[in-house]
Design a protein around this ligand. Structure first.
Ligand code: FAD
Length: 526
């Protein structure tokens, strides 16, 4: 009998945080010890760096997330220089490429933009906070809808999802009206142009306080709260191995990256939520190697463009006053890229894509002042289509015991290919993107397919399945097949081809897994 169970959570992103919160709230006396390889960035652990008002501080927080190789910050953390790899270069702000080209780099020539964040809060400290829910075949076939809907609702509450964010924006409404004229008649009811749900808390001035792992942790990080006494978060602590006897895990071996000391931490349950590449890598390094581990890698290919909004068309649906209101709101946080954000969600059979349309008063790049669309008074939209990639065994990350990466883990090689049918779907989606652009204005950046890995939404490498038939890593409760007390979490669990931002879906999967684990632990304690 376990009287006061201890749960170890590997990774401090939104998914590990969801496990910590639900388990502590559900099981009296349960302790959660969370280990995070990266540093803490903000006073409130796991807060979105987008909430940092000072641009220099924001930039430094991003640099601190880009692995021990990046920047000059590491001396201030006490991380030894020997942990650094020369030649590291970084990807999108707050992330670092898996294939950085230097010594100890992963190998991903067919997935060159594959990246990760290493910091308290994980990628969830840097994310755009778009939180659509999966629809039609994006959903998991073996979780019935009656169960799925409440899971998504609970995930939405954990992430502070706003379903009608920026709905009061006249500019946003005009963009929706123009898109509806172009596409509305072709789309099923309820799947036309709409506001994009986002995770954050609206502020009185119309801006947003964006959500990170901090809001998911909730009272666990509030000093003085009784739940906080049962939660520990150790930053700059790398989990090196999950210890086990082949059917039960006993704990983890961790390395304190400040002192380089290693120690064993016993646990009644281990939750690995260390992203879609480093979670399977940790399992592999621990000798836990289900046949599907690392395989079935998907992301949604992304085609993006930028359009200058056409004044005549916009004025059919929005007034000068509404434009002035929008610009006033933008001026409260001009560096925030998200405002008046709309979408056309995935629907079947005719629109198997997700369109995201983000309004901005300036283009995201320097536009030649002589360009006819420079200084466009009605502003611009950055638009992107997410398309499907069907899961295949041969797409995935493989690990090499004979070659170690910069952290001393079996090195990763990613193999990935878009098939002919996926190329055809991408071509169809690109055509729709052109239609959307022409409906709204003039392209200042033509639609272009981004390199593989650009979505930052990596799925399938620890996919869940209904049965242990070798095509999945975890059961419907997110437990690794064959292990009583090893749970995995994150986008890697998603077994379907999706086109949207996956964090809400992964949080819903984690909610299911956490409730099931809480029940098991409560039964054992009882
Ligand atoms: P992560 O947030 O990646 O956290 C994993 C953590 O595990 C990391 O901090 C890592 O350092 C740690 N870790 C790894 N290995 C170890 C180890 N061995 N020991 C200890 N710790 C370890 N998603 C959306 O749904 N909508 C969006 O709009 C969106 N926009 C994005 C924009 C950007 C710029 C980025 C970077 C991501 C975006 N995402 C978005 C993706 C989203 O952030 C992720 O889906 C989400 O953070 C995944 O949560 P997670 O907890 O599974 O993993």
């Amino acid at each position: 009998m376990v009287s006061s169970p201890t749960v170890v959570v590997v990774g401090s992103g939104p998914i590990g945080s969801a496990y910590a919160r639900i388990l502590i709230e559900s099981v009296p006396d349960l302790r959660v010890v969370m280990f995070e390889a990266g540093p803490r960035l903000t006073d409130v652990p796991g807060e979105s760096v987008r909430n940092i008002p000072d641009p220099d501080e924001k930039e430094r927080a991003r640099e601190m997330s880009q692995g021990p190789q990046a920047g000059t910050y590491r001396e201030s953390l006490g991380v030894p220089a020997s942990a650094m790899v020369e030649g590291m270069f970084t990807a999108r702000g707050g992330t670092h490429l898996l294939d950085f080209g230097g010594e100890g780099s992963g190998h991903a020539p067919t997935f060159p933009a594959g990246a990760a964040s290493t910091n308290v809060g994980g990628m969830g400290a840097h994310w755009t906070c778009a939180t659509p829910a999966p629809a039609f075949s994006e959903r998991i076939p073996f979780i019935p809808d009656v169960e799925w809907e409440p899971l998504v609702d609970e995930a939405g509450r954990l992430l502070h999802v706003q379903n009608a964010a920026f709905a009061d924006s006249g500019v946003g409404a005009a963009i929706r009206s123009l898109l509806d004229e172009e596409f509305g008649a072709e789309l099923p009811d309820g799947f036309g142009p709409s506001t994009l749900p986002v995770a954050g808390d609206p502020q009185p001035d119309g801006s947003m306080r964006w959500a990170g792992a901090d809001v998911v942790l909730g009272t666990l990080i509030e000093a003085g709260d009784p739940l906080a006494e049962r939660f520990e978060l150790h930053d700059l602590t790398l989990v090196r191995r999950v210890e086990h006897d082949g059917a039960r895990v006993t704990g983890v071996t961790v390395e304190d990256l400040r002192t380089r000391e290693t120690s064993f931490v016993p646990a009644d349950l281990v939750v690995v939520a260390a992203d879609a590449f480093r979670s399977p890598q940790l399992l592999w390094a621990s000798g836990i190697r289900p046949a599907a581990l690392g395989h079935y890698l998907t992301e949604h290919p992304v085609v993006i463009c930028t359009v200058a909004l056409d004044e005549q068309r916009m004025r059919r649906f929005a007034t000068e006053e509404q434009l002035a209101e929008e610009l006033a709101r933008r001026s409260t946080n001009p560096t925030d890229p998200v405002a008046a954000v709309n979408r056309i969600p995935f629907s079947e059979p005719d629109h198997p894509f997700s369109l995201q349309v983000m309004y901005a008063e300036n283009p995201p790049f320097q536009l030649d002042p002589a360009h006819p669309a420079a200084g466009n008074r009605w502003g611009y939209v950055n638009m992107g289509y997410g398309m499907r990639k069907q899961p295949r065994f041969e797409d995935g990350v493989m690990f090499d015991d004979a070659e170690l990466d910069y952290r001393g883990f079996p090195n990763m090689t990613i193999r990935y290919e878009l098939t002919e049918s996926e190329q055809a779907e991408i071509a169809d989606g690109t055509e729709d993107l052109r239609r959307a652009g022409h409906a709204l204005g003039t392209f200042i950046a033509e639609p272009r397919l981004l390199p593989n890995g650009s979505s930052l939404h990596y799925q399938g490498t620890m996919r869940m399945g209904a049965e242990d038939d070798g095509t999945s890593v975890a059961d419907p409760d997110s437990r690794v097949w064959g292990f009583e007390n090893l749970v995995v979490g994150g986008n890697a669990l998603i077994p379907t081809a999706t086109t949207m931002n996956p964090t809400l879906m992964s949080t819903a999967i984690a909610v299911r897994g956490a409730h099931a684990a809480a029940q098991r632990l409560a039964e054992q304690a009882g």
